[in-house]
Design a protein around this ligand. Structure first.
Ligand SMILES: Nc1ncnc2c1ncn2[C@@H]1O[C@H](COP(=O)(O)OP(=O)(O)OP(=O)(O)O)[C@@H](O)[C@H]1O
Length: 310
């Protein structure tokens, strides 16, 4: 059965600055996200992950390419009706719950800000009920509505951030490093909450992270991004077991092993971009195995095919 494409990013480019200070943060990036899946975007700091997330959220301007949501273009100028629908259906969860929450506002306001903006005629009682329900849905007490964010722990604050997204009944959530700033002990709780929400509400996720260690357990497919370009993309299991691009292989080798002895003996791979002999044979995006894409020139693609077919 043909899977429904929820988000289709086509040849996306984002350039910051002007003239001689121009910087291409995102270069010709394309990927599709299917309804109900968790799609991971992995790359080191500064690779352009957040910029892609922000372009989808329409917080920043794109310089080229299309972002289609349910087949409709949502970057650039769009009609108010679509604008409102997208604002409701696509929500974002941020890395640092403290920085993303308004410290002087009560939880009640923080959680319902989207409703206040988009459902102007909503009855006050209904709004309060929705806030209480959203707090319950993320495992917090409804009474927390009249408190301030600084009264909560990091994990609770992230739950408030999730309630703020959830109250809009979203179809698609961009989760930008949602657990990186949290204590290791509570990371699993937040991941479980996100997984639970997905199961109950068929939410689709774009999950952004800088390392593969958690991503490999929570995503269905992964795209690896380096310096604004996607270098490899595949189903998670396929990517972890048959990584082709040397950059992906280096990221995989950096995942800590649970066994200290094996961790000590492990060979850490360092990615050296000069391994590619490009010259006239320029790299391009190609499918080496079904659903497994890599940025490679003809010579490299030939080698990858030989390794994985033979
Ligand atoms: N508003 C902006 N103006 C100018 N340059 C920017 C802007 N936002 C991001 N950049 C630059 O674009 C590049 C990509 O940044 P981005 O935040 O997308 O990376 P990232 O992969 O999400 O990294 P991190 O994990 O550190 O957030 C970086 O070099 C960054 O300095």
């Amino acid at each position: 059965m043909e899977r429904e494409v929820l988000l289709d990013v086509k040849n996306l480019n984002v350039t910051f600055g002007e003239h001689r200070k121009k910087y291409d943060a995102v270069k010709n990036v394309s990927f599709k996200i299917y309804k109900g899946e968790t799609f991971g975007l992995v790359g080191e700091s500064g690779s352009g992950k957040t910029t892609i997330g922000r372009a989808i959220m329409r917080i920043i301007k794109t310089s080229g390419g299309d972002i289609l949501y349910k087949g409709e273009k949502i970057n650039g100028l769009i009609l108010p009706e679509l604008d409102q629908r997208v604002m409701r259906e696509i929500q974002m969860i941020f890395q640092d719950p403290l920085a993303s929450l308004n410290e002087r506002a009560k939880v009640d306001y923080i959680v319902s800000e989207g409703l206040l903006n988009l459902e102007k005629g909503m009855d006050e009682m209904e709004r309060k009920n929705k806030v209480q329900q959203a707090l319950k849905d993320v495992g917090l007490l409804p009474e927390f509505a009249c408190r301030f964010p600084h009264e909560f722990s990091g994990g609770q604050r992230q739950r408030i951030g999730i309630a703020r997204a959830l109250i809009m009944n979203p179809e698609f959530i961009v989760a930008d490093e949602p657990i990186s700033a949290l204590d290791v002990s509570i990371r699993a709780q937040i991941l479980n909450l996100l997984a639970d929400m997905q199961k109950k509400r068929q939410i689709t996720y774009l999950f952004i992270a800088h390392d593969l260690s958690v991503m490999r357990f929570i995503t269905d497919r992964i795209a690896v991004i380096r310096k604004g370009e996607i270098v490899e993309m595949a189903e998670t299991e396929e990517l972890v077991t048959h990584a082709m691009h040397p950059y992906t292989r280096a990221l995989l080798s950096a995942i800590p092993m649970p066994d200290p002895k094996r961790e000590k003996e492990k060979k850490l791979l360092i990615y050296d971009p000069s391994v590619h002999e490009y010259g006239e044979d320029k790299p391009f995006w190609q499918e080496i195995r079904p659903g497994h894409y890599v940025l490679a020139n003809r010579k490299e693609a030939g080698e990858y095919k030989r390794i994985y077919e033979g």
